[in-house]
Structures are given as structure tokens and as C-alpha cells.
Design a binder for this molecule. Structure first.
Ligand SMILES: [Zn+2]
Length: 253
């Protein structure tokens, strides 16, 4: 789904003569509705992709992959630039809600005004899973990656393997509050980046990694209790936590 399978010429043909509607976003997905077509152009930014609005006469970026010219008189064009080749643009039919069909299963992110806290809590209670898996389950909540999950769990003093079935409404509310705080704090400084290729539209790298309390802090003192932080392998990634503030849940059979 990353690229338009029928190829560049077909992609061009299908876009021609259409007008882009207001760009929309859900979680890490960004799309441009194609008015009067029932379809959308979905952008996959990958790790280094950028969707830029540039003056027509701006020098081509070194890694310019796709250029969309407009028939209006504004003198700007849309460019997809990607230093790597993980990203791309693809065309999809929309669901009745106006989502590209390939992301219809993606839940709203917690910064979305229409995110439903109560529905999320109910889903947590129903699901036989553990809290970090739930936070990274994009059918429940989107936009929360491994780093932000560890940060929010540390702030909430919740161990990543705590079963969600036992979550009370206040606990869910507190956790969601911390998830939102972490995401907003990261957005304020331009996101988190450990990779110089991952940049914002102005070509700047994020600095949130400088203010992380949990992620990447193995062996360093917990910011609350000074206990050395631990790292554990978790689903091909890592989980960082404070063994004192975030107690391992007792196994309930
Ligand atoms: Zn601690």
C-alpha cells in the first residue's frame, strides 16, 4: 500500500483534473482527499519523507520523488521528498467516513477532539491484553509509539505489562492525560528524533529526546525515586521503566 501499484503514469492520470480537499490526518497517516472522486492520496512519510508546498521556481530538492503541479495561479506546487525510499504516495478509495480504505481500522489519536475516552476505556476493559500492547494497538488508539508509551506509563507509574482488564476509569483517565501531555510536549519541540534524517517540514530535527524520563534511560536514576531504570526486551523493541515506581503486576490466574 506504500506506492501506487499501477505506476507513476497511471497515478498522474488519475490525479489529473481533480482538486485536493482539506488535508486530513489520523495517527501517523496523512491524506489529501481528491474532490469528486471518492478517493484520496495517502502519504507514507516513513522515517524521512516530507510533503512540501514549494514555489514553482524553487530549486529541486536532491531527493525529490514526486511533483504535483496545480492549474491555479498561486505559483506553488506540492512535492514529496524522501531521502530514503521507505515513503511514497498512493491512491485509495474512501470509506463513507472519508478515510482511505486501507486505514479504516485505524482509531483516532488522543489529541483528536473526537477521540472518545469512554469508548477507549470500555475497549481496554474488554480486551484481554496488557497496557503497553493496548497503547500501541492502532485499532484502539493511534499516534502512540513505543517511546511515548514508555514515557506515559512512567508518568502514570504503571508497569507496561499490567493487564488492561483491571483498569478503573480514573486510572484510564490519568493515563490518557499523561499520553496527551507527552504528545503535546513532544509536538512543542518538534517531535522525537534519534535519526538526523527525520525532520519537520522546515528540515529541523526534533529535540524531545532530550527531555525523556524513561525511554533510553537504562541504568540511569529514575527522575522521581533515583532507582536505576531498567530495560527489558519487548515485542522486538524495548521497554524502559522504573522497577520501584512501576511495579511488576502480580499474576492473577
Ligand atoms: Zn522511580
Amino acid at each position: 500500500m506504500r506506492r501506487h501499484i499501477a505506476g507513476g503514469n497511471d497515478f498522474t492520470y488519475r490525479l489529473k483534473g481533480h482538486r485536493f480537499g482539506t488535508p486530513r490526518r489520523r495517527g501517523k497517516y496523512l491524506w489529501l482527499p481528491l474532490e469528486d472522486s471518492g478517493q484520496s492520496v495517502l502519504a507514507h512519510l516513513g522515517m524521512s519523507g516530507q510533503l512540501l508546498v514549494q514555489p514553482n521556481d524553487a530549486v529541486d530538492e536532491k531527493h525529490l520523488r514526486i511533483r504535483v503541479r496545480f492549474a491555479d495561479e498561486l505559483g506553488t506546487e506540492l512535492r514529496f521528498v524522501d531521502q530514503r525510499t521507505f515513503g511514497g504516495l498512493s491512491l485509495h478509495d474512501n470509506t463513507p467516513d472519508g478515510l482511505p480504505d486501507v486505514i479504516s481500522h485505524i482509531a483516532r489519536d488522543p489529541l483528536d477532539p473526537l477521540f472518545d475516552d469512554e469508548a477507549f476505556h470500555e475497549a481496554l476493559r474488554r480486551k484481554r491484553t496488557t497496557i503497553k500492547r493496548a497503547l500501541l494497538d492502532q485499532s484502539l488508539i493511534s499516534g502512540v509509539g513505543n517511546i511515548y508509551a514508555d514515557e506515559a506509563l512512567w508518568r502514570s507509574r504503571v508497569h507496561y505489562e499490567r493487564p488492561t482488564a483491571g483498569f478503573t476509569r480514573p486510572r484510564t483517565a490519568e493515563l490518557l492525560g499523561h499520553v496527551r501531555d507527552v504528545m503535546n510536549a513532544a509536538l512543542d519541540v518538534g517531535g522525537t528524533s534519534f535519526d538526523s534524517l527525520y525532520v519537520n517540514v522546515n528540515g529541523e530535527s526534533g529535540y524531545f529526546d532530550r527531555s525523556l524520563d524513561a525511554y533510553g534511560r537504562e541504568g540511569l536514576p529514575c527522575g522521581r525515586c533515583a532507582t536505576p531504570m531498567l530495560r527489558r526486551p519487548w515485542m522486538n523493541r524495548s521497554s524502559y521503566f522504573c522497577p520501584k515506581c512501576q511495579r511488576v503486576p502480580r499474576v492473577v490466574s
